[in-house]
Ligand binder design. Structure first.
Ligand code: SAH
Length: 242
């Protein structure tokens, strides 16, 4: 079974929103498992302290390497499981990464707090830093929930037949085309004719064109990548010919 092990100072934040709807039903039916562990359980002194002031000075507190390492070791996870640290310094999370994580055995996820965690535990336990965007949260928990939500919906059986996955934003490097449903007319706006035409080829072509136009307008970065990927095989062929 796909399993997530989360190390946090606030285990009561889990499963949180992942306990309802799609992810919650899947959790209840053992399509995945969630193990939220309290980092504080690994503290050794009588105050159960987990943090200390930053070496070199500066504001805030830093999670101690020894406590966090003990918490990771106590979780005793299989060596093939990814070990992630939610961190604004990490590689930005992408649908590609989510797909890889969903296809694996399920990650261990460390949630930072305060100013972050001691660099030495990142190195000593081989933590891979993952960011959910260029902004700073107060803790890694909401980031971990976002990552897990994105993974869980891709697990076999979770979305059932809905398991589109393939038709969605980012799956083919494009944002998704606009969606409509009844009523046919809303405040004077109608559903585009092509979508009610029943002509599946025309519908597919319209959706493709809309997805491309949206991506070009809103995410030139994605569009550039998409173009480069499409062009690559052709330029290789050209090279062979030349
Ligand atoms: N001082 C740190 C920020 C610490 S924020 C810095 O400037 O990089 C506290 C914790 O919140 C982090 O350790 C991390 O676990 C989490 N966090 C904050 N922003 C995040 C983001 N964009 N993505 C993933 N985790 C984040």
């Amino acid at each position: 079974m796909w399993r997530a092990t989360v190390l946090t100072l606030f285990p009561e934040m889990f499963p949180g929103p992942l306990g309802i709807s799609l992810a919650g039903k899947a959790l209840a039916s053992n399509l995945w498992a969630l193990d939220a562990r309290d980092i504080r359980d690994a503290a050794t002194d009588k105050h159960r302290s987990v943090d200390d002031t930053p070496a070199g000075g500066g504001p805030g507190m830093v999670l101690r390497a020894d406590v966090l390492a003990a918490a990771i070791d106590a979780a005793d996870i299989a060596p093939d499981r990814p070990r992630l640290l939610m961190s604004p310094r990490g590689a930005p999370l992408t649908q590609k990464k989510v797909t890889e994580l969903a296809a694996g055995p399920g990650p261990l996820i460390v949630c930072g707090r305060f100013e972050g965690i001691d660099q030495r535990v990142i190195e000593a336990r081989g933590l891979e830093e993952v960011s959910i965007g260029d902004y700073v949260l107060s803790g890694g928990e909401i980031a971990a929930l976002a990552l897990l939500d994105a993974c869980v919906r891709l697990l076999p059986g979770v979305m059932g037949k809905l398991s589109s996955g393939t038709d969605e934003s980012f799956s083919d490097g494009l944002l998704e085309y606009p969606q409509y449903t009844r009523p046919q007319e809303f405040e004077g706006r109608t559903i585009p004719d092509v979508l009610v035409s029943g002509d599946h080829a025309r519908i597919a072509a319209w959706r493709q064109a809309e997805a491309e136009a949206l991506t070009k307008a809103r995410r030139p970065d994605l569009w550039t990548t998409k173009i480069a990927q499409n062009v690559a095989p052709r330029s290789r062929k050209d090279t062979t010919k030349g």
